[in-house]
Design a binder for this molecule. Structure first.
Ligand SMILES: Cc1c2[nH]c(c1CCC(=O)O)Cc1[nH]c(c(CCC(=O)O)c1C)Cc1[nH]c(c(CCC(=O)O)c1C)Cc1[nH]c(c(C)c1CCC(=O)O)C2
Length: 402
């Protein structure tokens, strides 16, 4: 019975060749209402006929258009501070969630149901790219990501890494994006993302988080050529990956250079900027109308270099000098995103409101997307997160009317 439907349904025949229906998604394969779910799933895996957008304040603010209030989304808005996230994670290993479009979609939607956010960000991880290149990555509870066998020598670029068939190896990310874009029903835009070349390279060599980045920085000095080779390889994969994310339904994409601030400006200029530039300009050519966001944490000393690339939005953390950043970026119509210290969310709601007021004044109205300067912590209280969002909306709307 189910098989005859599978053959009859145009969209599901397409799926039958991918891993979703026939592969590891047992939920659908063995569910008694299999036929219904397969058909539903089929319609939602086609990256077309997406529901019309209802709240485009985020997209308009990026373009510098007039908006009724400052839009806000938050890095790690789908995460452990939400009890519903913890409940789903208790039953499912981290990368299983990433690899199962239905689960990744559900987690992406959790904060959208609860909070009046102005954008959704797809649930995934930057480390799915090194996985697709052949490296094993596991998520160790209480510790974070670990590569049991990180890159040790430059020779291993050739012997251990593969240039992946991105469309195939990361198909689960594209499926999650398409499914989520449908299930969002146009409520808010959907953001896709990737790690930046330097940040991914440092994970692949350090084998996880690091205090000194000794191993990966050593590569930059001892094996500069091999480092460039690896960074260039990563850049080409990232361009294809983000382009496919946009084709799958992402309405903006963010590049996370989380460890940019570990490098001096001079070294980042050599090993970071050329690749970020390449990614920005290639994507700009391929997708002229899709907003490109660059978040280079701890790197506001590189604001001038960043403002010379093709990104429409630059993320800033709480250490940035906003007035200087504005002076560099406003003439180029570049939007700034940020920058409240996530730690402020531990304060009373009145303190959060005061800090939002100060930040809104510093950025000035227009070309601003409110966000934290880094991700939410597992310890954050969802009510304080809600107070932050409410403060951004209310105070910016009031300032606009003044
Ligand atoms: C460096 C980095 C990683 N992953 C990511 C970055 C760049 C952003 C940043 O600088 O934080 C990107 C990322 N990771 C995750 C998202 C989802 C979307 C979102 O809501 O922002 C995004 C955008 C989910 C996640 N990725 C991870 C979690 C928590 C792990 C869990 O659920 O057990 C989530 C929700 C795990 C992760 N993944 C990574 C680390 C260092 C950790 C452990 C740190 C931590 O525990 O918060 C690598």
């Amino acid at each position: 019975m189910s098989h005859s439907y599978l053959v009859e349904c145009r969209t599901c025949v397409m799926d039958a060749s991918s891993s979703v229906v026939t592969g590891n998604n047992n939920l659908w394969q063995f569910n008694p209402s299999y036929v219904y779910l397969v058909r539903l799933h089929g319609a939602e895996t086609i990256a077309e006929n997406f529901p019309p957008i209802q709240n485009d304040v985020f997209l308009k603010a990026i373009r510098g258009e007039d908006v009724p209030y400052t839009p806000v989304w938050i890095m790690r808005q789908a995460g452990r501070y939400l009890p519903e996230f913890r409940a789903l994670r208790a039953e499912n290993e981290f990368f299983r969630v990433c690899r199962t479009p239905e689960l990744a979609c559900e987690i992406t939607l959790q904060p959208i149901r609860r909070l009046p956010l102005d954008a959704a960000i797809i649930f995934s991880d930057i480390l799915v790219v090194p996985q697709a290149m052949g490296l094993e990555v596991i998520m160790v509870p209480g510790k974070g990501p670990v590569f049991p066998s990180p890159l040790l020598t430059p020779e291993e670029i050739d012997t251990r890494l593969v240039k992946p068939d991105v469309k195939k190896e990361l198909s689960y990310v594209f499926q999650a994006l398409t499914l989520t874009r449908h299930r969002l029903e146009g409520k808010v835009p959907l953001i896709g993302f990737s790690g930046a070349p330097w940040t991914l390279m440092s994970y692949m060599i350090e084998g996880g988080g690091s205090k000194t980045f000794a191993k990966s920085k050593k590569w930059l000095y001892q094996y500069p050529e091999a480092s460039h080779k690896l960074l260039d390889m990563l850049s080409d994969i990232i361009i294809e990956y983000l382009s496919l994310q946009i084709q799958a339904g992402a309405q903006a994409v963010q590049v996370f250079d989380s460890w940019a601030g570990e490098l001096s400006l001079d070294v980042w200029d050599k090993f970071g900027i050329p690749y970020l530039t390449k990614i920005g300009s290639q994507l700009r050519k391929l997708h002229p109308d899709t907003p490109l966001i660059l978040f280079a944490k701890g790197a506001s000393h590189g604001m001038k270099l960043m403002s010379e690339m093709e990104y429409n939005v630059l993320g800033v953390d709480w250490t940035a000098n906003i007035r200087e950043a504005r002076a560099l970026t406003r003439p180029k119509n570049i939007c700034l995103q940020g920058n409240m210290d996530p730690a402020v969310l531990y304060a009373d709601k009145s303190v959060i409101r005061g800090e939002v007021e100060r930040i809104l004044d510093e950025f000035g109205l227009g070309l601003h997307v409110a966000n934290l300067g880094h991700g939410l912590h597992p310890e954050h209280n969802p009510e304080h997160v809600a107070a932050y969002i409410e403060a951004v909306h209310e105070l910016s709307a009031a300032k606009k009317k003044q």
